[in-house]
Design a protein around this ligand. Structure first.
Ligand SMILES: Cc1cc2nc3c(=O)[nH]c(=O)nc-3n(C[C@H](O)[C@H](O)[C@H](O)COP(=O)(O)OP(=O)(O)OC[C@H]3O[C@@H](n4cnc5c(N)ncnc54)[C@H](O)[C@@H]3O)c2cc1C
Length: 342
């Protein structure tokens, strides 16, 4: 497309790179600014639930999932007790961020995108022609800490395991080359271990998950995969009035849904058409950003509200007891819940 105006994207994570690829395929000049580099480990559960083939096709990113795993069975535990088994209504995708982000970056470059790595944008991340996809917004006083590591030689009881502890939940999800991603969300408290193999085991033990800590302790750790993140918060609704914002910058859903990555891709796909209209067809930026905000709000409102309501249940004893009882009685409405959350 000749005569297209250029788009700048702040943040080369999932939303930024996927949007960049979609725009390049439409002939729009794109620069992505990324504070880090590739490949790199990210704190993430690394299973993607609710990812739609149509979204990937619109963005042209189906091939980056080649060789990824499909997970359907979930065994969940409350403390050290097995509490129930379930099947996801549609399979979740298993792929590490180490591989996924690097593949997206490679595809963006192959489509002629300009990628500026190790460059943290310090000015305003939004404005005409600029998209903010810089990930989690800083939340002062946040009560959450995320911890992850890849381990091997640990046998699973199902495709995926979910462990509910005291103020914590942890997912175990296989990714490539036999590695299993162990990733947890922990309520901040005294005595949390650091981002080392021993620190992860200590944190699990301190969350009432002694059995899981013992399994993790004897596993093989993937070098440099242990990572931690803090200072983030979850949203009940899509942020407004901040220009074009995508992915976690727009709204961050609690990780138990396994839907944050799918939301990053869906948001990029929803923004693609309006941004091409601005770049190539002269539609005003204000019109385009309002259209994108409305589309994101329509798409994500229900799942953000439902996730915000359910999240506290997973983190306290009463809520966990209630879930356990419903599962044992065969009364947990798995399908309707899944559809509300994805
Ligand atoms: C503990 C935890 C577990 C999770 N588990 C799952 C899961 O199992 N499944 C799932 O689907 N989702 C999960 N998520 C959510 C998922 O990780 C996010 O929703 C997803 O990464 C959002 O993608 P994004 O592109 O918005 O942000 P990111 O992937 O974080 O990308 C943002 C990028 O912007 C860059 N950046 C930031 N500031 C600047 C700047 N000023 N200049 C330039 N670059 C900048 C960053 O370096 C980063 O690369 C989890 C989240 C947490 C915290």
């Amino acid at each position: 497309m000749t005569g297209s105006k250029p788009v700048e994207i702040v943040g080369g994570g999932l939303a930024g790179l996927a949007l960049g690829i979609g725009l390049r395929r439409a002939g729009v000049p794109v620069t992505v600014f990324e504070a880090g580099d590739y490949p790199r480990h990210r704190v993430c559960g690394e299973f993607i639930a609710g990812l739609e083939e149509g979204t990937l096709e619109r963005l042209g990113i189906q091939n980056v999932f080649e060789g990824s795993l499909r997970h359907e069975g979930v065994q969940w535990f409350s403390g050290d007790q097995a509490a129930g088994k379930m099947r996801l209504p549609s399979p979740a995708v298993g792929i590490s961020r180490f591989t996924l982000d690097a593949r997206l970056a490679g595809l963006f470059l192959a489509h002629g995108g300009k990628l500026v790595t190790r460059h943290r944008v310090t000015g305003k991340p939004e404005g005409e022609g600029r998209v903010n996809a810089a990930g989690r917004r800083r939340a002062a006083g946040s009560p959450w800490v995320g911890l992850k590591a890849h381990v091997r030689n640990l046998s699973l009881t199902s495709d995926l395991e979910l462990h509910l502890g005291d103020g914590a939940y942890i997912g175990l999800a296989p990714v490539e080359e036999g590695w299993i991603n162990v990733c947890g969300l922990f309520r901040r408290r005294a005595g949390l271990g650091g981002d080392t193999p021993r620190g992860l085991a200590e944190t699990l033990r301190g969350s009432g998950l002694k059995g899981l800590a013992a399994r993790v302790e004897v596993a093989e750790f993937r070098p440099s995969s242990v990572s931690a993140v803090a200072g983030f918060a979850f949203d009940r609704r899509v942020g407004r009035g901040r220009g074009v914002v995508l992915g976690d910058t727009c709204a961050m859903v609690p990780p138990f849904t396994g839907n944050g990555m799918a939301m990053a891709f869906t948001g990029a796909a929803l923004a693609l058409g309006p941004l091409v209209d601005w770049a190539a067809h002269g539609v005003a930026w204000e019109t385009v950003s309002a259209r994108i905000h409305l589309a994101l709000q329509r798409e994500f409102r229900l799942r953000l509200g439902s996730a915000a309501w359910l999240h506290p249940l997973l983190l306290n004893r009463h809520g966990q007891g209630c879930l356990r009882g419903l599962t044992r009685a065969g009364l947990l409405p798995m399908r309707p819940l899944y559809h509300l959350l994805h």
